[in-house]
Design a protein around this ligand. Structure first.
Ligand code: NDP
Ligand SMILES: O=C1O[C@H](COP(=O)(O)O)[C@@H](O)[C@H](O)[C@H]1O
Length: 541
């Protein structure tokens, strides 16, 4: 199911089309932070990854261009792509906001943002000044028409430089309450119309705050846009190592035969964060961990781990398989939540040797707040491949360290002929940091006795000598190319909401007398250990 309420004109998909001269011919310069660059200073893997990937001339229109995301992530990502010559010369950016500001003031703002963001690639001499020339700004009330007609004028202005095309990527980096008004505003002014160039819309997370609102938003979006024009962003899908999960599963013959209930005991998916609220109480108090991380990022990691092999590496084949497995997840109605899910909220504690406040002491958090900052959940899949194999997902803030990992834990050997315990082999995908893949298995220790010990075979991504690109760079470039493979489709988002709906129903608005139930700097509430039962343990990461 792909929405498809509006028809898309033929030949408007930028994918695979020849790009601007600069992107294909001009040799790219070394990125200053790139380790292990080739002899000519160019990183060979980066070049390899991006050959033939050049978008048509286009305008990137960022709604909410003065916000935190735009400042810290989006502008640095676009700058990195541009500096690498991947956007060509015929590219410009229009920031749109509510604040009255001249083009010059916005240019100053954006350059300052680039200078202060940790995500910005080291600028080459003069490149910030050149990038500055690509920036424009418009402002107005997102509920009215004027701001959209100003955007229209920006597209008209760029037309000549863009070879007579008016391609535009509209990026909605605003509070979610504005997604629908902006989509409608663009529609009212006909900015979705692809007769003069392709038009696409990128929608930030969270996509809805529950199943009903997500469906409402999807319907509203589809009144204006065809599903093929819609790019719902989940930045986890832009992470190199998340894509590697597919490469390892479906680019090798040795893993798939083991990837099923015959060999796998259970799977653990962990996204632990050491950070607390970071001044985002306004948002987080409304969202909580289930909406912030579980419904989107963890559900995507889960789907990619559990799905069947797609027939091809293309957007619909992959998304079809993800949807199939999401549909096969055993429902978690409100009444089952206690058995399969655990919530937590951090209290004060010690992180890296320093005292940190509890969630309820963070600025902006309601007194006695019951917002969960930790969730662990057991998902069961009713299909032939996974029947009886639990998938345990956990994520939380103020855990001991930042680490995201998918661990496939295999069954114990059926018979112990050596002294010592029968350990389970583990294939672990480290999504971040120390990106890589490791296989844990038992080996004989040197000596006369047959004594076994667990050892680890480790592949580290840094073996490629390549700097991993920011997920936002990857996803922005994909959206400009018209490649939706790494963007969740309407039905995926819907099924992910269906899975967590019962949990939200059970927890939203109910008091949590047990909160806070884990001190900052620990691995979450004790009840999360009990979720795994007596014979399984969370991995200590
Ligand atoms: N920040 C992050 O790390 C992440 C953010 N996101 C998502 O990205 C989106 C943007 O987040 P973030 O940048 O943090 O949010 P901010 O609140 O920092 O910025 C939002 C932007 O929208 C503008 N804005 C806010 N309210 C209105 C309004 N009523 N009318 C017009 N413009 C308005 C702001 O303008 P002004 O500057 O005038 O306030 C600002 O430009 C959200 O959907 C968020 O969930 C997703 C993942 C991570
Ligand atoms: O979307 C979000 O993700 C971040 C974690 O992202 P990561 O790439 O740093 O793992 C999380 O901190 C934030 O609360 C959430 O909104």
């Amino acid at each position: 199911m792909t929405g498809g309420r509006k028809k898309k004109p033929a030949g408007q998909d930028g994918a695979g089309q020849a790009g601007p001269e600069q992107a294909t011919r001009k040799p790219r310069k070394t990125r200053a932070r790139t380790p292990g660059a080739g002899a000519d200073g160019e990183n060979p893997f980066r070049a390899l990854m991006r050959r033939n990937r050049a978008p048509e001339p286009a305008t990137l229109v960022i709604f909410g261009a003065t916000g935190d995301l735009a400042r810290r992530k989006l502008l640095p990502a676009v700058f990195g792509l541009w500096q690498d010559g991947l956007l060509g010369s015929a590219f410009n950016i229009v920031g749109v906001g509510r604040q009255e500001m001249t083009d010059e003031a916005f240019k100053d703002f954006a350059i300052e943002a680039l200078k202060s963001s940790k995500e910005t690639d080291a600028p080459q001499p003069g490149s910030l000044e050149k990038f500055r020339e690509l920036l424009y700004y418009e402002f107005g009330d997102f509920g009215g028409d004027e701001v959209y007609s100003l955007v229209q004028k920006e597209l008209d202005r760029a037309e000549e430089a863009h070879g007579g095309r008016k391609n535009a990527l509209f990026y909605l980096s605003t509070p979610p309450s504005l997604f629908e008004p902006i989509s409608n505003g663009l529609g009212r002014l006909g900015l979705d119309d692809e007769s003069e160039g392709w038009r696409r819309i990128v929608i930030e997370k969270p996509f809805g705050r529950d199943l009903e609102s997500a469906r409402h938003l999807n319907d509203a979006i589809h009144k204006v846009w065809d599903e093929s024009q819609v790019y719902r962003i989940d930045h986890y899908l832009g992470k190199e190592t998340v894509q590697n999960l597919m490469a390892i599963r479906f680019g090798n013959a040795i893993f798939e035969p083991l990837w099923n209930r015959g060999y796998v005991d259970h799977v653990q998916i962990t996204a632990s964060e050491d950070l607390g609220l970071e001044g985002r109480a306004g948002y987080y108090e409304e969202a909580g961990v289930v909406r912030d991380m579980l419904q989107n990022h963890l559900m995507q990691l889960f789907a990619l781990t559990a799905m069947e092999a797609p027939a091809a590496f293309d957007a619909d084949a992959i998304r079809d398989e993800k949807v199939k497995v999401l549909r096969a997840v055993k429902p978690i109605p409100k009444g089952r939540v206690k058995q399969v899910a655990v919530r937590g909220q951090y209290g004060s504690g010690t992180m890296y040797g320093e005292r940190v406040p509890g969630y309820r002491e963070e600025p902006g958090v309601r007194e006695g707040s019951s917002t969960p900052t930790y969730v662990a959940v057991k998902l069961e899949i009713d299909n032939w491949r996974w029947q009886g194999v639990p998938f345990y997902l956990r994520t939380g803030k103020r855990l001991p360290k930042k680490v995201t990992e998918i661990a496939v834990v295999f069954k114990r050997p059926p018979l112990g002929i050596f002294p010592g315990g029968l350990e389970r082999n583990v294939l672990a995908f480290r999504i971040q940091p120390d990106e890589g893949v490791s296989l844990k298995f038992s080996s004989k220790t040197p000596g006369q006795e047959m004594v076994l010990r667990e050892v680890v075979m480790d592949f580290r991504y840094d073996a490629f000598g390549a700097q991993l690109e920011s997920p936002y760079s990857r996803l922005l470039l994909d959206a400009l190319l018209g490649d939706a493979t790494l963007f969740p489709r309407e039905d995926e988002v819907d099924h992910a909401w269906q899975i967590v709906s019962g949990i939200l129903e059970a927890w939203d608005g109910t008091k949590a007398p047990e909160f806070p139930n884990y001190p900052a700097g620990t691995w979450g509430p004790d009840a999360a250990d009990e979720l795994l039962g007596p014979d399984r343990r969370w991995r200590r990461l």
